[in-house]
Design a protein around this ligand. Structure first.
Ligand SMILES: CC(C)(COP(=O)(O)OP(=O)(O)OC[C@H]1O[C@@H](n2cnc3c(N)ncnc32)[C@H](O)[C@@H]1OP(=O)(O)O)[C@@H](O)C(=O)NCCC(=O)NCCS
Length: 202
């Protein structure tokens, strides 16, 4: 399958993508904004594992490469929840720093949202964003995701949300709260938080 954007194509990962994955994904400013399963440093071994997982076991998680001229420059995926949450899925995405600020993530998310609601029978998509990452909040707000009530870092969008511009303005007001929070949270060193988080789990 292939989904075409105005500046990129979304397609499944395949053997041969490893070198471009390493080139674009091995970036601390990408890693620090993603879930712990995204490795850092992002080595050739990491890339091989990711491509193998996608080639051999597709669809535990719907995941596509963001490509420009057939080179992988990012990734976007949807992971379905289970049990009574089976109509809900979480979206995640990253893009090479070489291409930031051109509207690519906004457009890619829009295409994936449409695909997920139309093809997977979902009722709700959600995304978790670290409080120090307002840019990703912007990508979500551009696609009419709203902050969960009482939450400053979790966005969601239901199947019937319209894409009217007026909703965006009201979300922006909430967004300032998150920027205030950002100053507070950014005093923490993320790498140490990760260590602390995993030691709590052990
Ligand atoms: C987040 C990321 C995907 C954005 O990709 P991108 O293609 O540069 O994003 P876009 O150009 O589509 O849009 C960014 C939006 O955020 C807005 N934005 C940027 N900085 C912002 C800030 N400090 N505060 C609020 N909004 C901001 C932009 O104005 C833009 O909205 P606009 O189109 O209405 O102007 C990319 O920076 C990335 O991969 N970051 C690391 C990984 C990551 O954060 N993934 C998401 C995890 S939840």
């Amino acid at each position: 399958m292939k989904i075409e954007g105005s500046q990129f194509v979304l397609r499944p990962y395949r053997a041969g993508d490893e070198a471009s994955l390493v080139r674009h994904a091995n970036n601390r400013d990408i890693w620090r904004n993603l879930a712990d399963m995204f490795p850092h440093p992002y080595t050739m071994e990491s890339a091989k594992e990711w491509v193998q997982l996608n080639v051999n076991h597709p669809i535990a998680h719907f995941s596509l490469a963001i490509t420009i001229d057939d080179e992988v420059v990012g990734g976007i995926g949807v992971t379905a929840k289970d049990d009574v949450y089976s109509k809900t899925a979480e979206v995640g995405y990253w893009l090479s720093e070489d291409h930031w600020g051109r509207g690519i993530a906004t457009e890619a998310l829009g295409l994936i949202v449409e695909h997920a609601f139309n093809e997977f029978g979902l009722a709700r998509l959600e995304a978790g964003v670290f409080a120090w990452n307002p840019k990703s909040g912007g990508v979500l707000e551009n696609n009419v995701f709203t902050l969960k009530p009482g939450s400053r870092t979790e966005f969601s969008r239901t199947v019937n949300s319209s894409t009217s511009c007026s909703t965006r303005a009201s979300h922006s007001a909430m967004f300032f709260h998150r920027i205030e929070r950002l100053c507070y949270d950014s005093r923490l060193d993320h790498s140490r938080m990760r260590g602390r988080r995993s030691s709590c789990l052990n």
